[in-house]
Design a protein around this ligand. Structure first.
Ligand code: SF4
Ligand SMILES: [Zn+2]
Length: 344
């Protein structure tokens, strides 16, 4: 949708990227994750790159990752120096997760030879390496090369599908690819013996809370046979995005944590895929939140559920704000999706 793309682009026209050291990764840390059904240590590396090629053109309506990008070429040497720095904190965690705030498999962002050197080094010790990519960079040629490096080890690509609904992805998210593109990439991954993780966005802009829940459920049904893991991302309000533009005008409220629990619960009942949910900014006014009193407790339960996928995690959660959420679901249509809770 041309107008939406132009609007997303216009939000970045006077953006001046901060001067950042191209030799240093954005961040690295160790956390818990699941590997073949067991909870293990996972090492996370976020590379600083030129930025997502799609964000440099217009970008998705909720994505502010470009705020961390260089918007300037990052040489092979710089990328490998970043990797070297990152490896100083690596303690042979069996799972390594790589983020670039874009696509690891995009040769313009991370040149092919650098991708290969990084994977070669990681697969010497790690059992599984996970990266992210838009589907257009998931090609047979690329995957065949990686297969030679990975051998029998596990390689996973996370794709930000967001929703299985093409109209919504185009008109509310400005994602720039179709459900068919995603299905093709997921099929190619499996053909090469790799895993597919699918990111699903909870509550894109312009949707009511109820519509957002329904969209997630429809999406889960449609992607279950294509994905090994479904990672739900509740939209948070990031700088210089259309979501922030709406939020500042009280036309967007980040999703309730009750809705997140509802989606996770229903999803676990209808899919065999592993379910995760990282609630970035959870409990803050810019992230998924309830009433402040129950936020921390619920976020902790969601984090544990993401490791266990055990619905018992949500069995005893309650708070008086649950009724407000239910009322919100009942009357939000009258507010054209912009219903904001009193005091927010
Ligand atoms: S969500 Fe992904 S594809 Fe969209 S602009 Fe951000 S990094 Fe790029
Ligand atoms: Zn509450």
């Amino acid at each position: 949708m041309k107008q939406l793309a132009e609007f997303c682009s216009s939000l970045k026209t006077d953006f001046i990227p901060k001067q950042r050291n191209p030799s240093m990764p954005v961040r690295c840390w160790s956390e818990k994750d699941v590997l073949e059904g067991n909870i293990v240590d996972a090492y996370v590396i976020i590379f600083r790159t030129e930025g997502c090629s799609w964000a440099l053109q217009s970008g998705c309506t909720m994505c502010g990752y470009f705020n961390d990008s260089r918007w300037d070429t990052v040489s092979d040497e710089h990328l490998l120096t970043q990797f070297g720095k990152a490896m100083e904190g690596y303690h042979h965690e069996p799972l390594v997760k790589i983020f670039t705030s874009g696509s690891f498999l995009d040769d313009n962002e991370i040149p092919s030879s650098v991708q290969q050197q990084i994977l070669q080094r990681l697969f010497e010790t790690a059992s599984k390496v996970s990266v992210e990519s838009r589907p257009e960079f998931v090609t047979s040629t690329k995957l065949s090369v990686i297969k030679k490096i990975a051998g029998n080890k596990t390689f996973e690509v996370g794709i930000g599908l967001e929703t299985a609904n093409d109209e919504l992805r185009e008109c509310a998210i400005n994602k720039g690819f179709t459900f068919a593109d995603y299905k093709k990439a997921a099929t190619l991954l499996h053909k090469h013996g790799f895993l597919c993780k699918t990111y699903v966005l909870i509550k894109p802009p312009f949707l009511t809370e109820k519509e957002a829940i329904n969209d997630c459920m429809e999406t889960v049904k449609k992607i279950s046979s294509y994905t090994d893991t479904i990672s739900f991302n509740p939209t948070n309000v990031q700088r210089r995005t259309l979501v922030e533009y709406l939020w500042k005008r009280k036309q967007y409220r980040p999703v309730w944590l009750w809705s997140v629990i509802d989606i996770l619960t229903k999803s676990a009942q209808i899919t065999k895929a592993r379910i995760k949910c990282d609630v970035a900014g959870g409990g803050s006014i810019r992230g998924a939140h309830n009433c402040k009193t129950c936020d921390r407790n619920i976020l902790d339960h969601i984090a544990v559920f993401s490791l266990s996928n055990d619905l018992k995690e949500f069995a005893d959660i309650d708070c008086s704000c649950k009724q407000i959420w239910l009322d919100h679901l009942n009357i939000e249509d009258l507010g054209f999706g912009s219903l904001i809770t009193m005091g927010e």
